[in-house]
Write a protein that binds this ligand. Structure first.
Ligand SMILES: NC(=O)c1ccc[n+]([C@@H]2O[C@H](COP(=O)([O-])OP(=O)(O)OC[C@H]3O[C@@H](n4cnc5c(N)ncnc54)[C@H](OP(=O)(O)O)[C@@H]3O)[C@@H](O)[C@H]2O)c1
Length: 235
């Protein structure tokens, strides 16, 4: 059986991805920083729960120890993320951004991916068919964000797209380093979740489609790519 860990899976796209992968026969760990929220989500789906705060070395190391002791890992979905919206659901533009305001986004979205991937690498290397899915964003695309007239170009926030462009680079470099693994970045599309105050125009069912697809990619499937549900995206 394929064993899968999804970080930040107590709600939103992570939860929907977990629901679909349980239905597809995966043995799924709901990763959540709040243990109670994780247990509740796992109970709803018939999944397992593991506490994991992606900003905390000790929590991540403990989670890796637990998953290893219970049999190992085949698929890692680095889903936990934050956008850093303001109280009125706005984004922080270049005029107002401070290093302090950007730090948590880098800690969760970028260093979180590295911290978790590093901790679970030994487990993935034991798998016959290791897969990593990194949650990127359409806003990570330099090509899109510099193309006038597109929704990406109209987005004025700085920290979130910068963090997701870093996720794309991390994806490419890890994929080169571990050619035996399938490691891809995915853009779920603008999806109604707490991340954006539920302003997204897609459902989580639609958003999870590409995440589930890449979590189930075969050994001959792509690696080092950046995809939405339809196709490869321009970097
Ligand atoms: N929604 C979109 O339109 C969209 C578009 C492109 C990409 N994405 C990406 O998709 C991923 C999932 O986002 P979502 O829209 O489903 O948002 P969401 O509903 O807000 O879920 C985010 C999840 O990440 C968790 N999380 C935050 N900080 C964490 C930490 N330090 N350690 C562990 N977990 C943490 C949250 O846990 P708590 O419940 O404890 O806060 C929650 O479970 C993110 O990486 C996001 O950037 C989303």
């Amino acid at each position: 059986m394929t064993t899968t860990l999804i970080t930040g899976a107590n709600k939103g796209l992570g939860f929907e991805t977990a629901r679909r992968l349980v239905a597809a026969g995966h043995d799924v760990y709901i990763g959540s920083r709040d243990p109670e929220a994780g247990r509740r989500a796992a109970a709803r789906l018939g999944a397992k729960a593991v506490q994991i705060d992606v900003t905390d070395d000790e929590s991540v190391a403990e989670a890796a120890k637990t998953v290893e002791a219970e049999g190992g890992l085949d698929v890692l979905v680095n889903n936990a993320g934050i956008e850093g919206r303001t109280g009125d659901n706005g984004v922080v533009g270049a005029a107002d951004l401070t290093a302090e305001a950007m730090r948590p986004l880098l800690e969760v979205n970028v260093l979180g991916v590295v911290r978790v991937t590093h901790a679970f690498l030994p487990l993935l290397r034991h798998s016959d068919h290791p897969v990593v899915v990194n949650l990127s964003s359409g806003l990570a695309s330099m090509a899109r964000i510099t193309t006038e007239g597109t929704p990406a170009h109209a987005y004025t926030g700085v920290a979130y797209p910068a963090s997701k462009t870093a996720v794309n680079m991390i994806t490419v470099q890890y994929a080169k380093a571990f050619p035996e693994m399938r490691i891809n970045a995915v853009e779920p599309g603008f999806t109604a979740t707490d991340l954006n105050g539920n302003t997204g125009i897609q459902t989580v069912e639609q958003g999870a489609e590409v995440i589930v697809g890449m979590a189930c990619v075969g050994p001959d499937g792509p690696t080092g790519g950046y995809f939405d549900v339809d196709d490869r995206l321009p970097w």
